[in-house]
Every structure is written in structure tokens, then in C-alpha cells.
Design a protein. Structure first.
Length: 369
């Protein structure tokens, strides 16, 4: 299979490409605009492969997308190119509308015309896989606000974590931020192109990813790097927001599973089974750093509570039973094993962290509203 990956120089996209080149015989074409968050160093270990090609192209540029299709003749597309940082979307929503909505529309139209011109066999086997987020669903009740059912109160059931509501593939959309609204819009476009034109699409919605090569604007790398430099560790509000954490290499395996074995027209939720409060994540990072890079002052002393982001969702939780039951995927990493690997990777790659920031972003607060 020849796979076209949009946004392949980004955090998740590069993990998908590394997984594909290192674990399959497929060819990969990486189509990426190379914005601030895209970095080809993330692909250094596979870039010399004869099965890897790179095209610096903006998905909003229809002529260039058409050229890439005509030149490389992909058998499947994994669409990961997106603006993805909630705080940035609060400051500059127009960029998110342009890339996530207009860009997805442009890619869908180019794909539709390319797919319709194929012979019957290739057209039957072609897939368009759209990678989205659990943030399109809005947020869920926080355990602190959760009240057990009358049955639980009468002793006919137990109130536990498993009884809290979770996102399923049929959860109604209720996005809260410009970012999640733009991703929800792109999901709707993809499904419309399936229903109206018959384009064989797959949609996946994932929980919060973490791991190596993550741009330092996101919580985990930001906390690691600030801690190492003795800077404040900003925690929004009380830090009681809950996220389901998914190790990026587990996500890459899931995405490849979906593109090769998923049923066209279906949606699959991908989660890590690791619900943690943000403050728990920060504490865990501080404790691992204290073990690996001990200092007299506790890293926890650097934690600073700051004003919460506008419209901040309180809890996300993914029910990933469908992909496990139908495709046989489950995460390999626990949060404890994955976060330790992640902290160690950043300790070993501080030079990469410095290069990718390179004056354009110095971990300043964004999205203050």
C-alpha cells in the first residue's frame, strides 16, 4: 500500500509514519506545510528509507494537492494535518477555520475526483481516514459533581469510575472551543462526503496524546521543560480537569489498524484508559524528575495556579470498547510506563526541544481571552 499522510511532520503524524516504515512494507508520502509545530527531525530515523517521500504542501492549495495525487498515486489517505492547540485557537481562530475546515474541504474534493477516476478494483480498496479528537464531544460530568443512581443508593449497584459517563461513537457533538468547533466541522464534512458521494471514509476520535517529539506548547512537555529550567509550572485553575491520556505510539498502532481493517463509514474512538486530573499529571512528572534529575528543592514547589482558560472543558473520557472488540486493538502502555518513557525522552533530547522553539515560541501563556 502507498499511504499519503497529511501533517506527517507533526506529533501524531510523525509517529504514524515511523510506525508504518518500521513495521510494514508500505510506502509513505508525507504531505506537510511545515508550520511551527511540524518538524522533519521527528522523522530522522526513517527519512532515508526508499519507501518514504516528503512533499511540502499546504492542504488548502488544491493545485498542489492534485499534483501530489497524480504524481504519487496513493492507495489510502490518513488526514492528520490540523491546527490543534486550544489556547492558540482562542487567540487566532481564523487559522483554525482555514486549515481545519477549508483545508479538509479542499482535500476531500481533491480526493473525490482522484478516487472517482480510479479503476473499479482500486476504487473499491481506497480509504480516506480522518483523524479527529474527543474534544468535539464537549465535556462530561466531573466525578466531584456526579451523583449515583437511585439503584446505587439503595445498595443495588456500586458507584465507581466505570459508572461515570464516557464518550462513545454516538455521543452528540457539543464543541466548546474554536479548535474543537473547527474539528467538529471537519468531521461533519468527511461524513457528508461519504453519504453524498460514497467516498469510503473512516473517522477516529482520540483522547489526549503524549510521548516523544511533542511540541512544547502542550501540557506534558511544557511542564517537563519548565521544571528543568526552574520556571513556574502553570496549572489552570485548580488543576482538577480530567483527561484520558493515550501514548502516541499506541495511537499510531490504532490508526494503522483502522486504515487497514476498519469498515468504511464507521467511527472508532481511541483512548488510553488513563483518566487523570491535570494536577496528578504534573505531580507525576515532578516526582519522576526528582528521581532522574534530583535537586534540593522539590519540583512540586514550582507549581503555580493560574487563571483558567475560557470555556475550559472539565472532563474527557473515551469508551474504546468498539475498536477493541471489532479490530482487536488495545493500548500497551499504562500511564505510569508511558509518562516515564516520555520524561526520559525529553531529558535525552533537550537540544531538539530548543531547536523546535527557535525564537518562535518560548512557552509563554497563550489563550488568555
Amino acid at each position: 500500500m502507498k499511504l499519503l499522510v497529511t501533517g506527517g511532520a507533526g506529533f501524531i503524524g510523525s509517529a504514524v509514519i515511523r510506525h508504518t516504515i518500521q513495521n510494514t512494507t508500505d510506502e509513505v508520502v508525507n504531505l506537510d506545510k511545515l508550520t511551527y509545530a511540524g518538524n522533519l527531525e521527528s522523522l530522522a530515523e526513517v527519512s532515508d528509507s526508499e519507501r518514504y517521500n516528503f512533499e511540502q504542501v499546504d492542504i488548502c492549495n488544491r493545485a498542489e494537492v492534485d499534483r501530489v495525487f497524480a504524481q504519487h498515486q496513493p492507495d489510502a489517505i490518513m488526514h492528520l494535518a490540523a491546527e490543534s492547540h486550544v489556547d492558540r485557537s482562542i487567540d487566532r481562530p481564523a487559522e483554525f477555520i482555514e486549515t481545519n475546515i477549508v483545508g479538509t474541504y479542499t482535500l476531500l474534493e481533491a480526493t473525490r475526483h482522484y478516487w472517482q477516476a480510479m479503476d473499479a478494483n482500486r476504487r473499491e480498496n481506497f480509504r480516506f481516514h480522518h483523524i479527529s479528537t474527543d474534544e468535539v464531544y464537549g465535556d462530561l460530568p466531573h466525578p466531584a459533581d456526579f451523583h449515583p443512581s437511585p439503584l446505587a443508593e439503595e445498595g443495588q449497584g456500586e458507584m465507581g469510575q466505570q459508572e461515570l459517563p464516557m464518550f462513545t461513537e454516538t455521543t452528540p457533538y457539543a464543541p466548546s472551543s474554536p479548535y474543537s468547533a473547527s474539528k467538529a466541522s471537519s468531521d461533519h464534512l468527511v461524513r457528508a462526503w461519504h453519504r453524498t458521494y460514497g467516498l469510503p471514509v473512516l473517522v477516529t476520535n482520540c483522547s489526549n496524546n503524549y510521548g516523544s517529539y511533542h511540541f512544547p506548547e502542550k501540557l506534558i512537555p511544557l511542564i517537563i521543560l519548565n521544571a528543568l529550567e526552574g520556571k513556574p509550572l502553570p496549572v489552570y485553575g485548580k488543576g482538577d480537569q480530567i483527561r484520558d491520556w493515550l501514548y502516541v505510539d499506541d495511537h499510531a498502532r490504532a490508526l494503522y489498524k483502522v486504515i487497514t481493517e476498519g469498515t468504511p463509514g464507521e467511527t472508532y474512538n481511541i483512548g488510553g484508559h488513563n483518566e487523570k486530573q491535570n494536577i496528578e499529571v504534573v505531580h507525576t512528572i515532578c516526582d519522576i524528575l526528582q528521581e532522574l534529575r534530583p535537586q534540593k528543592r522539590s519540583y512540586r514547589d514550582l507549581i503555580t495556579n493560574v487563571k483558567d482558560r475560557p470555556g475550559h472543558d472539565m472532563r474527557y473520557a473515551i469508551d474504546a470498547s468498539k475498536i477493541q472488540e471489532e479490530l482487536g486493538w488495545a493500548p500497551k502502555e499504562t500511564f505510569e510506563t508511558g509518562i516515564r518513557k516520555t520524561v526520559q525522552w525529553y531529558l535525552n533530547n533537550l537540544d531538539w526541544c530548543q531547536r523546535v522553539q527557535d525564537g518562535s515560541y518560548q512557552r509563554e501563556r497563550l489563550g488568555v481571552g
